[in-house]
Design a binder for this molecule. Structure first.
Ligand SMILES: [Zn+2]
Ligand SMILES: [Zn+2]
Length: 424
């Protein structure tokens, strides 16, 4: 599928007449705007004849599915992997700052007056995910004349699982006393009974255990669990495992994300576009099963777009949101001899940037690592290693890095594994 943009920049219907596209490009009637997805801009006036295109968005906390369809055809399908490193990065930064304040070194003073949060404030990790949804919808609108959008943000009612009284008390914005408060709450919630042995160990001393480390999981009630001291010690010695139900704090996190963000995404989309509708997961699931389609994010998105019968040629665009910049100045561990190593690599190494799209033996891949001696790590978008030590002389630049790196995957050739993308 070749996506077409008119002379004045409006998206037109995509085409599959590759011969015509080639001739137009050759004769200068059109120019290439983007390689992936392949988009051309016409250089002469045309009349816009567009069909009704529905864009389905399967919102998620880890990935997004997108599908733009007409009644008969799938025009664009994409799967987006979102960033999942923000909590860790911010926690690390907080720890570093905290540690620097106790040393005789340059540091930023703690701020106590920046705690007011404007209405609609979202935690950085969540905000990033919400913004990625909007950006992807905008990307689809740039290449296709989308007439309406349908979003699936939740499959169930979050209020039923979320505790209404206490939500997300985090020790970062309060005093340590907040934690003791929450601790008492957790003990009360768990009925002052060890949730591991249910009191069988006869140990009367109770601890409150962080399911995820305090650093990443925080002090919110859904990350805390009551354990007796015996079980707690045994667990940290690695001698016993906690029952599987105790790990549900993890699923709370995902659910909580959709709870906060679903309205943020929906409201923002309504602001930007005129025809936006909400749908729910159980409807999508039903449509998918009725049409006996496999489970995948982009297929779900196709069902959400309300054209589950639309025919697809199997092409799916894989996107991955990557970090734009890294502002950490020095490596956290100091080298022998007290030499602080710079953390930031130069923007260009031997003319290549991180996440540049390159070809290696006619396979498209990305630069995932660069060494000054010229040996580069070349990988696929999903992290599949192609060559970890390839000379930069053997790779050819295709596209400069973007914040959303993109890979086209076509239906498999006979014998190829479904995970191996085929070069265009
Ligand atoms: Zn116990
Ligand atoms: Zn513990």
């Amino acid at each position: 599928m070749v996506y077409v943009i008119s002379k004045d920049g409006h998206p037109l219907m995509p085409t599959m007449r590759y011969g015509k596209v080639r001739r137009m490009l050759k004769s200068g009637l059109a120019k290439v705007i983007s390689r992936c997805p392949f988009t051309i801009q016409l250089l002469y006036e045309t009349t816009d004849i567009t069909q009704d295109i529905s864009l389905g968005v399967d919102a998620g906390s880890k990935d997004i599915g997108l599908s733009a369809t007409t009644n008969l055809k799938v025009l664009f399908e994409a799967k987006v992997i979102l960033r999942n490193d923000i909590v860790e990065l911010i926690s690390t930064r907080r720890e570093h700052r905290h540690a620097r304040r106790n040393r005789k070194t340059r540091h930023r003073k703690p701020r106590f007056d920046n705690r007011t949060r404007h209405e609609g404030w979202l935690a950085p990790s969540v905000r990033q995910k919400a913004e990625s949804h909007i950006t992807m919808v905008q990307k689809a609108h740039k290449i296709l004349p989308v007439s309406h959008i349908k979003v699936e943000t939740a499959s169930f009612d979050i209020q039923k699982i979320k505790n209404p009284n206490i939500s997300g008390t985090n020790y970062q914005n309060g005093e340590q006393t907040d934690f003791w408060n929450v601790r008492e709450y957790v003990l009360w919630r768990d009925g002052h009974v060890c949730q591991c042995c249910k009191g069988k160990s006869k140990d009367k001393i109770l601890n409150v255990h962080h399911i995820e480390s305090r650093k990443t999981g925080g002090d919110s009630p859904n990350n805390l669990i009551t354990l007796c001291e015996y079980c707690h010690k045994q667990y940290h010695l690695g001698k016993i495992k906690l029952p599987k139900t105790i790990h549900r704090g993890m699923s709370f996190r995902d659910a909580a994300f959709m709870g906060i963000t679903r309205w943020a995404i929906y409201e923002k989309l309504k602001e930007l576009y005129s025809d936006v509708n909400l749908t729910y997961g159980y409807i999508t699931k039903n449509t998918r099963i009725e049409n006996s389609l496999p489970k995948d994010h982009h297929i779900d998105a196709r069902c959400i777009s309300s054209n589950p019968k639309a025919e697809s040629d199997g092409t799916v665009y894989f996107y991955k949101k990557v970090r734009c910049h890294n502002r950490q100045i020095h490596k956290s561990t100091i080298n022998k001899g007290g030499i602080r190593k710079r953390n930031q690599a130069p923007y260009e190494v031997h003319g290549f940037r991180l996440y540049d799209k390159v070809t290696v033996n006619s396979v498209e891949a990305f630069v995932f690592g660069r060494r000054l001696d010229g040996r580069f790590a070349i990988r696929m978008l999903d992290g599949t290693k192609i060559n970890e030590q390839l000379s930069y002389k053997k790779i050819k630049l295709l596209e400069m890095r973007k914040n959303y790196i993109c890979e086209r995957r076509t239906p498999l050739l006979i014998g190829a594994s479904p995970d191996v993308p085929v070069a265009i």
